[in-house]
Design a protein around this ligand. Structure first.
Ligand code: DX5
Ligand code: ZN
Length: 237
């Protein structure tokens, strides 16, 4: 049996206590393993989405406060201009929205040059087909399973067709992206997302709404691992 990576779990601090972000990062950190793989940070500008959260100064402080790799999800206009500084600051993965980027291929190059992985996100109604060529320049694909803007919304199962398409393209060697899903992921939805082929699961309210966020992360990973057919296939490395 080949060595297949475990599913990644990325708690979203959108559902955490913004007055205690360092403690909230610590609550999902497990140095011995089984904790958060990435910490998902939602940057919203009140233009691309109807909500306002936090920006670069807070991300810079978080980078100093935790050693969990930071997964920045930029729901902002003009990411061509504003995204590279998050990579320069030390974010592990910087995801921009396909609907907002002017020159997504150049943007991926800028993010790579600054030392980060480059992520491309599509909203629920954005077809994947339009972005497959561009995704050749990206490391992660973030499929939104709610309309971006707020935590605690209901999962939209119809986006799983995009996950299945992306999974097929990765498994046949046409794309190299890690497939990430964001929105409404919890104990009741993580399995269907895993079955469709997701590699990395963002979860906000399901983690930070739980009594023990660290245990919630471990439980989601276990559920996802059990339901991931592509992880047990003897043909996939
Ligand atoms: C929504 C954000 C999500 C949000 C998910 O626009 O991108 O990352 O935190 O929250 P839940 O997991 O509660 O749906
Ligand atoms: Zn997000």
């Amino acid at each position: 049996m080949p060595c297949v990576p475990a599913p990644l779990i990325a708690p979203s601090i959108l559902s955490a206590d913004f007055a205690h972000l360092a403690d909230e990062a610590e609550a999902v950190r497990r140095p011995e393993g089984n904790g958060a793989d990435w910490l998902h940070v939602d940057v919203m500008d009140a233009h691309f989405v109807p909500n306002l959260t936090l920006g670069l100064p807070v991300v810079e402080s978080l980078l100093k406060a935790t050693d969990i790799p930071i997964d920045c999800h930029l729901m902002i206009e003009d990411p061509d201009r504003w995204a590279p500084p998050y990579a320069e600051a030390g974010a592990h993965n910087v995801t921009v929205h396909a609907e907002a980027a002017r020159d997504p291929r150049m943007l991926a190059r800028d993010l790579h040059a600054a030392g980060a992985l480059a992520g491309l996100s599509v909203k629920p109604n954005t077809p994947l087909e339009d972005w497959i060529e561009v995704l050749r320049d990206y490391d992660t694909l973030l499929v939104m399973s709610v309309e971006p803007g707020f935590g605690g919304q209901s999962f939209m199962p119809e986006v799983l067709d995009k996950v299945r398409t992306a999974r097929r393209l990765v498994d046949t060697g046409h794309l190299k992206v890690l497939v990430e899903i964001d929105g409404g992921i919890g104990t009741d939805t993580v399995e269907q997302a895993a079955e469709a082929g997701v590699d990395c699961f963002v979860a906000g309210s399901a983690v930070y709404g739980a009594e023990d966020p660290g245990r919630a992360v471990a439980a989601l990973r276990e559920q996802a691992a059990h339901a991931s057919p592509h992880r047990t296939s003897p043909t996939r490395k």
